[in-house]
Write a protein that binds this ligand. Sequence first.
Ligand code: FA5
Length: 338
Amino acid sequence: LERRALQELEQCEDSNQLEAWRLRFLGKKGQLTAVLRGMAKLSEDERPRIGRLANEIRDALEEARASRQDALKEEERRRRLESERLDVTVPGWRFTVGGLHPLTRIIEEIEEIFLGMGFEIHEGPEVELDYYNFEALNIPKDHPARDMQDTFYITEEILMRTHTSPMQARTLEKTCPSVPVKIIVPGRVYRRDEDDATHSHSFVQVEGLMVDRGVRMSDLKGVLTVFARGMFGEDRQIRLRPSYFPFTEPSAEVDVSCPLCDGAGCRVCKGSGWIEILGAGMVHPYVLEKAGYDPDEVSGFAFGLGVERTAMLKYGIDDIRHFYMNDLHFLRQFRRGL
Ligand code: FA5
């Protein structure tokens, strides 16, 4: 019995097997216990001898079990340590860190420049009422100027805003009758334009609006000059060309002298030396009146700047679609400084 028990003990590989072994030999119903129980049947002179022998075997088995248990524990500890081993010399993972999108960076730069001139930053809804996008800006339903901005309609009265100018009307309605009002409104706009190198059906504008007593066209020119120099360099010039918007009078299109121009073949300005970046003008009396202001008391200017065009000009990018293709080779160029 002892030999068999010791042999089987050797084969126990873990604490479960060891416990099963203990029950098999030393437990209440175990084989050695059965021997001790059977001693009642033995004769008087056999009993002490067999009893001693059985006790010795029990002690030997207990002892063997304890040392097997220690060995198994030690083995388990060794295995655990092995599996938890950490090689601190293995090279680490390289984490790829993203960066700000070039358009986000340009918007932040624009905001900085206008904050510096005392403008506040406001935001407005991209899904807009026809009323604010057109009507309140002096563009009634049958007005031919609606064709200038081909529109995505959601219902007859709700549309995707085609410019950030509705925020002129929304803001003035709220601020009336107090002055001064000095805000810029960055935001995405949508038009049913054919996509090409300089047009996108969805792009970003920054609206500017200043209303106060005695605001003049020269204030507009001064503010835009500060902007152009802050954005493109101190030696930039701006040029105002007469234009037409129903919500400004007079209206102008504003060009910046090409900062990258290298003559007739310049791929940014096509050799003209100037690039259009925004539309602007003096806020039309109709718009002021509609919001509740008296146009004889206050005046203002407004402008709408194309952010992609500004970024293209600043970084010499020749196709607006680069901003939306998510080509990492393109985007990584703008990562420095995060
Ligand atoms: C307007 O949207 C007027 N709301 C601007 C304005 C505001 C005038 C306040 C007067 C007072 P326009 O449609 O020209 O104007 O667009 C303004 C600028 O947005 C353009 O100068 C150009 O930089 C940019 N832009 C226009 N259409 C697109 C287009 N499809 N893709 C990318 N940029 C565009």
